[in-house]
Each structure stands twice: as structure tokens, then as C-alpha cells.
Ligand binder design. Sequence first.
Ligand SMILES: Cc1ncc(C[n+]2csc(CCOP(=O)(O)OP(=O)(O)O)c2C)c(N)n1
Ligand SMILES: [Mg+2]
Length: 644
Amino acid sequence: MTGEPKPAPPGTDPAEAAPSNADTATTDTTDSDTTESAPSDADTGETETTDSDTTPVDATNATEPSDTTEPEATEPADAGTGEVETGADAVVCALKNAGVEHLFGVQGGAIMPVYDALYHSEMAHVTMAHEQGAAHAADAYGVVSGAPGVCMATSGPGATNLVTGLADANMDSDPVVALTGQVPTDFVGSDAFQETDTVGVTGPVTKANFFADDAADVGTDVGRAFALAAGGRQGPTLVDLPKDVTNGDASEDPGEPRTPSTHDPPKTADSDAVAAAAAVLAAADRPVILAGGGVVKADATATLRAFATEHGIPVVTTMPAVGAFPEDHDLALEMAGMHGTGYANMAVTMTDCLLAVGTRFDDRLTGGVETFAPDAAIVHVDIDPAEISKNVEADHPLIGDAGAVLDQLAAAMPRSPDAAAWREQCRQWKQEYPLEYAAPADEPVKPQYVVEAVDDATADDTIVTTGVGQHQMWACQYWTYTEPRTWVSSHGLGAMGYGVPATIGARLAAAADQDVVCFDGDGSFLMTCQELSVAVRENLDVTVVVLNNAAIGMVRQWQDAFFGERHMASEYPWVPDFDALAEAFGARGFRIERYEEVEAVLDEALSYDGPSVVDAHIDPDENVYPMVPSGGDNGLFALAEDQL
Ligand SMILES: Cc1ncc(C[n+]2csc(CCOP(=O)(O)OP(=O)(O)O)c2C)c(N)n1
Ligand SMILES: [Mg+2]
């Protein structure tokens, strides 16, 4: 089974914030071949059991952790140095062989043998407050570092709490490995205490998942999960670890992570197809490059910049690709789609040749497919053939790694397109439709002003994480991104609550001298603010700016536009004092209510060497524009509500 996302048909979706564009990464042809489904019945108990199986965890109503008849575990072998005596040692050894440095998780009965095996390991385990936080932290760690982030959870509720984070990673092709404890194999199917069919539940939201049924092979399973998460089109993988398997005997070092031999993602595209695409692009009058998240995942941003500048082709990005091309560049048109810039949307609407690289043409990007780039020849570069013509018909499909195919195209270009007039047109659109907002001194602070102020106060390589909603869009629009892997958000799934745990994962993956700032919404913050306890415990230098409009503002915006201004369940009569809440967690708390306070408060919060939260009370009536209504025509973006 595969975890292939199925985007909602345009026009049918709820008030999600993210403009489309969850893109593909460097993709992978064999996702569907590599997924192994869980044995979901009790027959799986066929595998050889070990001593520890005879006293498994509480099959019925036992309290956690495990039952008291659990034999005392022997001192764990030092799997960190390659000594393997149990399945759990092999799991830890496989992680070490994969170069893992950080793990994010929550303990529990069924995963205890693995935690015990970690006891002597040099890998740093970060105990999160909630498993959703572990998955989001691992996801952001993977986005920032490029290598899979690892999350761990116990069986049952631990595993199900990971699901949102896995679905998020799956939509955005983010590399994540999840390790879940499971009841012993001979209890599987008996509705044992904390038993959930984790492989069944997570099948649709993972790139591949495995039920480990043999202690001798479990290390190899983990290595394979790691290699699959990292390789080809990246994505989340999961290994379900029954307790008898992790407690069982193993002796082999599983070696380096390896994908199955059948896994062979294409590197370069067919050379005739490349030549044909290059000829069309070179002959175009109005060429546009649409960079998707796959450009970032493939580490192809330098190649993209070189290609675009060499041939003078304007660049539009999807949301996951924000930062793939410097937004202060003359050729940069920034993000297209629902809340993209007017100039990006004009360019994708008027282009006669769209070179789309590593994107899955999500509906938040395209709007109505029939009005998307209607006059363009579409050249679609993607490593996953399943993405070709899935949403937008490709005239020139080029299947391969984003960087490698861009190199092929560069070599095959007969000349640069004759596009001086088109570049001038794009410049004019930039003048005509700038991102702008009014900030009268007698009105509450505008969120855009706060975003710009933080951008001004921090270095170019600062990493920005977000929740989901209006604040996410302002953070995307009003910050000037110039480097890849500095924009870390929940794109395709649009998962409120991503912000705080993602900030923790991003912080641990970032360079020591890089700042990490989270723009969160009050609603999103309330979903995962407990992870502040982790930031405090780990003494992480991060700043969370809550753009507090006392509302789940993006929903309120849609109610204003499409539901007759009926604010059903979207405004709060009261929200907590987030500055006081931060202090209660042991972080520093700040508050902004007036423009005069912005600079000094940000200065203090950003210079505090530890976690800080700025409760920024913003204009509750501010909305996000430009906006293309769901399923609409990108060329007809609205700049205000009366244009919708
Ligand atoms: C987990 C989850 N539940 C519900 C939604 C639907 N939703 C999209 S945006 C939004 C509002 C978010 O509110 P807040 O975090 O305060 O951000 P704001 O829009 O006010 O900036 C909601 C409820 C979602 N995206 N994710
Ligand atoms: Mg809000």
C-alpha cells in the first residue's frame, strides 16, 4: 500500500490556510513497491518467540508501564559501539549506523526495550510532551538537515498520536523515520492492552512501513526504513516493533542502511525528451520556472539559480519551495497560488512555457486546473512518475532528480529564450501588485509589521517555522527568504500545532549561530504549546511570536468572504495570557500591544539565550491578501474582500 496523498478536489475543501503546493521532493519511483502491510491478525504470532515473550506486557487492563512480572532487563549491551545482543540493540545499532544524532519521542510499555538499549548510546533523545510533537520535531529536523528525523512512540495511543505528524511529512515529502512499540507478536490480534494495528493505521500516510517480526532482522528493517525515507522522493517510513522482537536475541550489526535492491529511483531523464523540452523552453517568449519543494529536497537550489540567471527566466515558487530562489533577486516572483503574490500569479497565468520542477501541482497552487497556465507548454521534472499528469497535464515529462535534470537541460539549451520584454512585463507586475498593507498609528498593530520587524532584526539565514492560518501566510509573504531550508511549515496537510514542536526540531538541526523563530497563531499555539516545556528543559534558544488575533482567523476570514460574516466557532471571547503561560513553563514571556513596543520587545526576546514567547496582540480584523478563492483563476486574484 502506498501513502499517496489524495488532494481534495478544488472547491470542496474547508478553510485551510496553506496556498497549495505541497510539492514532491526528489522523488522515488517505487513507493508502492516498498510498502509492506502489517500482518493484522493473530497469525503473526507464528514467529519464534523468546523468553521475554512469556511475560509480555499486560494483555488486558494493566497500568503502565508494562506489568510488574516483566523480567528485569539485563544491562543493555552497548549498541552504540556495535555490540548487539537483542533486537533492541540491533535497532539502536542501525540508527547509529545511519548517522542519527537526535531522536524525539515519548516512552511507554511496548517501546521500553528500545529505550533501554539507548541507555548507553551517544545519540541524544529528546522527550517530547506529546507524540504529535515528536513527529513534527522529527519532520522539521528532516527539513532543515536534509536527513531523516527520527521519532519514537509506544504502541496504541503513542503510535496513533504520531499519525498527524506522519501525514504531514507524507504530504510534504519530508524525511522521517518513526519507530513504534507493539504488543508481543503472539498477542497481536487479541485486543491486547495498547494494541493498535499501527501498520494498518499508518499505511496510507507513510511512504513505506514494516512490521518487524524477527529479532534477527529488525536492525535491517530499521536501516531499510531509514534509507527509504532518505532516498528518491523522500517521505516518512515506520517500523513497528513488537516487544518480543526487541527483547529477542540478535547478534549481528545490521550494517549501513540499505534500500531494497528493487529500489532504483531514476537519476537522469531521457535525453531525447530533455532535448525536446529544452527546444520548447528556448523558443518561449514568456518562460517561467516553477520551483517546487523537490528542488530543495534535491539540494538543487544552486543549480536552479544558475539556470534561471544564465537564461534570464523569472522564477515562481510553490510554498514548500520558499527560499529555493532568493526573493530579493530581480527574477524572483515569489510564491504563486491562493495567497501568492499578484505578480507570481500573473506570470503563471500568462506564461507560454512553464518549467515546473519537483512539484505535485497541489490545488492551492493551481486554483482551477483549467485556468492554470492555460497557454503554456508544461515541462514537468519530477523523480516520481506518479506525479506526471496527475493534476496538470505534462507536455514534456522529464523523470529524474531535480538537480540532475536541470543539469541536463542546461547542457541541452540551444540558446536562451528571447524574453527581455517578458522580464520587463514581470517587473511591471511587481510594481503594480506589491505586497502591501496599511498601518495607521491609531489602529492595533498589524501582523505584517511584526513579521517585517523580526526579519529586520535577524540574519538572512534565520529559520522561520509556523503554525497554520493567517499568521502562516503573513510569515510567508512579508519575510524575505533568501536561503533554502529556512522556511519550515506545514504545507500540504496544513496542521495547526506544527509550530512549537517544529521549532524544537529545527533548532536541533540548525547551525549553532542560526536563529530560529516561530510565527504561531493563538489557535495553533494552543494545540501544542506544551512542547515549550521541552524547549525549556533542553535550554533551546528559540523565539515564538504568537500573532494573537483572539480567533482562528483564517476560518473567520472565510466566514467573512463566503459565509455571510457568520462567525460560528471562530472567535474566542477570551484567550490565555501567552506571556504568563510562557513564564509558567519556565520560558521568558513578552507582550506587544502597541507599535512603540515592537522594536524593544523583539530586541529583548531575540537576545534572550533560551526560549521566549512574544504575545503580539494584532489587529483582529486583518485579513490575508492577495487571495484566489479555492478552485478559482490565479489571474483573477483578489486584493480585498470586495473583489472576491
Ligand atoms: C489541526 C487543524 N484543525 C483545524 C484546522 C482548520 N484551520 C485552518 S486555519 C485555522 C485557524 C488557525 O487559527 P490560528 O492558529 O489562531 O491562526 P490565524 O489564522 O488566526 O492566524 C483553522 C482552524 C487546521 N488547519 N488544522
Ligand atoms: Mg489566531
